[in-house]
Design a binder for this molecule. Structure first.
Ligand SMILES: Cc1cc2nc3c(=O)[nH]c(=O)nc-3n(C[C@H](O)[C@H](O)[C@H](O)COP(=O)(O)OP(=O)(O)OC[C@H]3O[C@@H](n4cnc5c(N)ncnc54)[C@H](O)[C@@H]3O)c2cc1C
Length: 387
């Protein structure tokens, strides 16, 4: 099946598709069943340089833009894989690139580009504050040449498969700042040094095979030089990176959407009931056609967001709308695909139930649908602020 944008960067698509073809459905299914991490798959992506796509060439990366990075993520999901195992490196990179000091970039980026270090984790969410990020309770207190971290995080992904994490913590109490978005800072935490020495990791069993954890900090000491950018500006830095994250997640959903539509179309053409292919019934055809229309439409917004981002232009509205449309379209495509397969959609060997669970996540994380609607209502339409 050929889609609107398949002619864009065919060299990247073909190369990523060829790599993904070495990891067929059976591989991803086994990893899901074992609740394991796709080590070999991520290692192959890293070795081929795809995980360093956004790192500038001077640091050993390929210096590509968000359009290209999003195509890599799309193709992984379109092949039947799940970018959730490794997409953190794509969007965490931007935070280090934009706000890190020359010394930090020199120290970490070449090693990340070479695949010696992984920057896959970002610790923002907390159990008692949820989406209301400015109320986070994790604190970082400067003591000489160190910061001492205390607090708790939840849903922090890929900790067990990353060497580094970007951590958001309060450096000035909420009561002492003029604006609630001030007084938070971001730090690069070396997970190899922190785990068991002030940071405890408790895995969270969840619906998807997504390695995610609770983190507990008790007097974790990190060198003051690991502060990224200026103290107190961390929330703004994190927000800067979110548009890239939203556009990349949109691309993953587009990949899922095409996967569902392709599977549904094939099965509807092959499966015969009442002496004819089920796809001859319009009741079966129409949900698949509808999903195709919606995925293609969402894809236009995804490219619009990526292109604006790469041009250095504001893209908050487009990135949020792309994520909203794509997550909705992929979920509806999953629903159409499952329904088309009847009982067989529930059999693990068809992979549909796995992809169905995987794509559902994106209406909640990294930002929930309601929060996108709230952003558009307030910042695009100028409706009164709700919170
Ligand atoms: C598998 C997984 C992986 C994750 N990985 C990471 C990670 O690596 N790093 C990280 O920092 N976080 C991570 N998260 C956290 C994720 O970003 C949050 O779950 C998400 O932002 C929603 O926050 P919450 O779960 O606290 O929901 P809550 O904030 O408690 O919200 C619950 C529901 O209420 C709705 N709601 C809340 N307030 C309003 C309002 N004012 N108006 C309308 N609706 C509202 C929300 O939309 C949501 O549907 C992950 C989550 C999951 C499930």
């Amino acid at each position: 099946m050929k889609n609107f944008h398949d002619d864009l960067h065919p060299e990247i698509r073909d190369a990523v598709r060829a790599l993904c073809a070495e990891f067929p459905d059976e591989y991803h299914r086994r990893i899901d069943e074992q609740r394991a991490y796709p080590e070999e798959f991520v290692a192959a992506l890293t070795k081929a340089g795809w995980m360093a796509a956004l790192i500038p060439q001077e640091y050993g990366g390929s210096g590509l833009g968000l359009v290209e990075a999003s195509i890599i993520m799309e193709e992984i999901n379109r092949s039947g894989g799940n970018s959730g195992a490794c997409h953190g490196q794509m969007y965490n990179m931007g935070t280090l690139l934009r706000h890190g000091s020359p010394e930090q970039k020199e120290r970490y980026l070449p090693a990340i580009a070479a695949g010696e270090l992984r920057l896959q984790s970002m610790g923002v969410t907390e159990p008692s504050t949820g989406t209301d990020t400015t109320k986070i309770k994790t604190t970082a207190v400067r003591q000489g040449d160190r910061y001492v971290i205390n607090g708790q995080k939840v849903w922090i992904s890929r900790i067990q498969h990353s060497d580094l994490m970007i951590l958001l913590a309060r450096t000035t109490p909420l009561a002492e700042v003029q604006r609630k978005s001030e007084g938070m800072s971001i730090f690069l935490v070396d997970l190899r040094e922190a785990t068991g020495k002030g940071m405890e990791v408790r895995p969270i069993a969840n619906m998807v095979n997504h390695e995610t954890n609770e983190l507990f900090f008790e007097n974790l000491e990190i060198p003051a030089e690991n502060l990224i950018g200026a103290e107190g500006r961390g929330f703004k830095y994190i927000l800067d990176g979110l548009n890239a994250e939203r556009a990349l997640i949109a691309a993953e959903c587009i990949g899922d959407g095409y996967w569902f539509i392709e599977r549904a179309t094939r099965y509807a053409s092959e499966r015969r009931v009442f002496d004819r292919p089920i796809g001859q019934n319009q009741g079966v055809q129409f949900p698949i056609a509808q999903s195709h229309i919606e995925v293609e439409a969402a894809n236009l917004m995804r490219y619009r967001a990526c292109e604006l981002f790469d041009a250095g232009k504001p893209c908050g509205a487009e990135a949020n709308m792309a994520k909203y449309l794509a997550a909705k379209a992929s979920w509806e495509a999953g629903e159409a695909c499952l329904q088309t397969h009847g009982g067989f959609g529930f059999a693990c060997e068809y992979d549909i139930e796995r992809k169905f669970r995987e794509t559902r996540l994106y209406q909640v994380a990294p930002i929930s649908t309601n929060l996108i609607l709230s952003f558009v209502a307030e910042h695009v339409l100028g409706l009164p602020r709700s919170f």
